[in-house]
Design a protein around this ligand. Structure first.
Ligand SMILES: [Cu+2]
Length: 487
């Protein structure tokens, strides 16, 4: 039975499962231009950047003495930072020396579909002993990352991830700084078999909700928080001159955990969302970063001596990164800035959304209400209905989260615009590839269907993804995926 036949057999059941939230597809006439993310491809600049990534198991020792057998790329945990220029032709040969299949996914890159690294949807997995060369034009510029898309709960936290920085071809940068630093957050120590988080244990889910909403991801799994693969308090203090502007590329590579970041007595200037420049940067006192999200921020020392970038959620500090000012800070920056929110650049509850060709409602649910499965419109992947699009269409996904946990939803192969959030229309839509929905939150995201292929659209809480919170964006006239499950 093909998936297609299975889906039609399931159609009746699916409708019942959806309950009061019918799967609505509305066709509208296209009127007026919609400002959408930059085109998927930038012209090749003539340069080829080649990399060879040998992937194998090997010992890792953390700074607290914890030892484990990691997944290493060229002997490193986590993988090396890959830095290229926008327009470069990037060729990465993955040599799989594991005893299991693997792939790499180029998160936030508009790569061609067969290079996107999702087995069963965009490519065959790279089998043990085999190699595969990924090739794509580096685009769009900004803070991106890469990670395995096979057995993610095992391969990603244990090392198969790294930063991918695409420097813009146009200079100067919109927000230039003298120095920059990539800070990649991850979590280690998932128990084997802890594939599905039901959102009902201990410090998570309902209890936290009722307590005023603390950690809505999935804390309390006995995880070790790492920054650039190290226990953050063991990092060498990051030295900054008193009036220096330091750019931090913040990447959340955790499989499950969000962070609420703040600087002691200081602020951060947010300049990019998921690598894409804001029309106007925003000063914030704290920054919430969900799994797979990236923010570029500019920081300036708030005081002399030592200070920290910390994450505290639900009253617990998970990360503390030391900085030290080289010299004396004479005046402290003004405090009292807002917390980051998707609405921070301005919004209007009476605004109207741009016209689109095709709008699809996606109701995210599951967890403890569904016996542990996570669902989109009542179905768990691979039984979710694909979203079918045609090249050139403007597509809107209307999402609501009717579960008790947050869901950072990621679209492969395209950037999207968050056009509305919780019923308010954004004055200048944020360009992103992950949108995080806390319980009962809703949003619309719009994208231009300009990269033909089959594209995974899923929750980047990897436990939720494994539990079924995923679907596929399918282009008409593009060969259908096999939809095997390799999670
Ligand atoms: Cu989720």
């Amino acid at each position: 039975m093909t998936r297609r036949e299975f889906l039609s057999a399931m159609a009746g059941l699916t409708l019942i499962g959806i309950g009061g939230y019918p799967f609505v597809r509305r066709w509208m006439s296209s009127q007026g231009p919609l400002s959408l993310p930059s085109p998927p491809t930038v012209a090749w600049n003539g340069n080829i950047k080649t990399f060879r990534y040998v992937i194998q198991r090997g010992p890792v020792t953390l700074q607290d003495g914890t030892r484990f057998t990691g997944y290493l790329i060229n002997g490193q945990f986590p993988g090396p930072e890959l830095r290229v220029q926008e327009g470069d032709k990037v060729q990465v040969t993955v040599v799989n020396q594991l005893d299991q299949p693997t792939t790499l996914h180029w998160h936030g890159v508009n790569a061609p579909s067969p290079m996107d690294g999702v087995p069963g949807i965009s490519q065959d997995p790279v089998l043990p002993g085999q190699s595969f060369t990924y090739e794509f034009i580096a685009s769009p510029a900004g803070t991106r990352w890469y990670h395995s898309h096979v057995y993610e709960m095992e391969q990603v936290p244990n090392g198969l991830f790294g930063p991918l920085i695409i420097e813009p071809k146009t200079t100067p940068e919109p927000y230039p700084t003298q120095h920059e630093l990539t800070l990649m957050f991850s979590t280690w120590g998932y128990k084997p078999g802890a594939g599905i988080d039901y959102g009902m244990m201990g410090n998570t889910g309902m209890g936290q909700m009722m307590g005023g909403g603390g950690n809505l991801s999935s804390s309390n799994q006995g995880l070790t928080h790492l920054v650039n693969g190290k226990i953050p308090t063991s990092l060498q203090s990051i030295k900054v001159a008193p009036r220096e502007k330091l750019r931090l590329r913040l990447i959340n590579a955790s499989g499950t955990e969000s962070y609420l970041l703040a600087i002691d007595g200081g602020t951060m200037l947010v300049t990019h969302t998921d690598g894409n420049p804001l029309q106007a940067p925003r000063v914030v006192s704290e920054l919430y970063i969900a799994p797979a999200e990236r923010y570029d921020v500019i920081v300036t020392p708030p005081r002399s001596g030592t200070w920290y970038l910390r994450s505290s959620l639900a009253g617990q500090e998970s990360v503390r990164i030391p900085f030290s000012t080289v010299g004396e800070v004479k005046s402290s920056p003004a405090v009292g800035a807002n917390s980051w929110s998707y609405l921070i650049t301005g919004s209007n509850s009476f605004g109207s959304l741009p016209a689109v060709n095709h709008s699809v409602q996606l109701v995210l649910s599951g967890g403890m209400m569904m016996g542990g499965a996570w669902t989109i419109n009542g179905a768990s992947y691979p039984n979710t209905s694909p979203v079918k699009v045609r090249t050139g269409e403007r597509i809107r996904l209307e999402m609501v989260n009717r579960s008790m946990m947050e869901h950072p939803m990621h679209l492969h192969g395209h950037s999207f615009a968050i056009t509305s959030f919780n019923g308010r229309v954004l004055n200048s839509p944020l360009i992103k590839d992950v949108v995080n929905l806390k319980p009962m939150e809703r949003c619309t995201i719009d994208f231009l269907a300009n990269n033909p292929g089959n594209w995974f659209f899923h929750c980047h809480n990897l436990q939720h993804m494994v539990g079924g919170l995923a679907t596929v964006i399918e282009y008409k006239d593009y060969p259908l995926p096999h939809v095997d499950k390799w999670m």
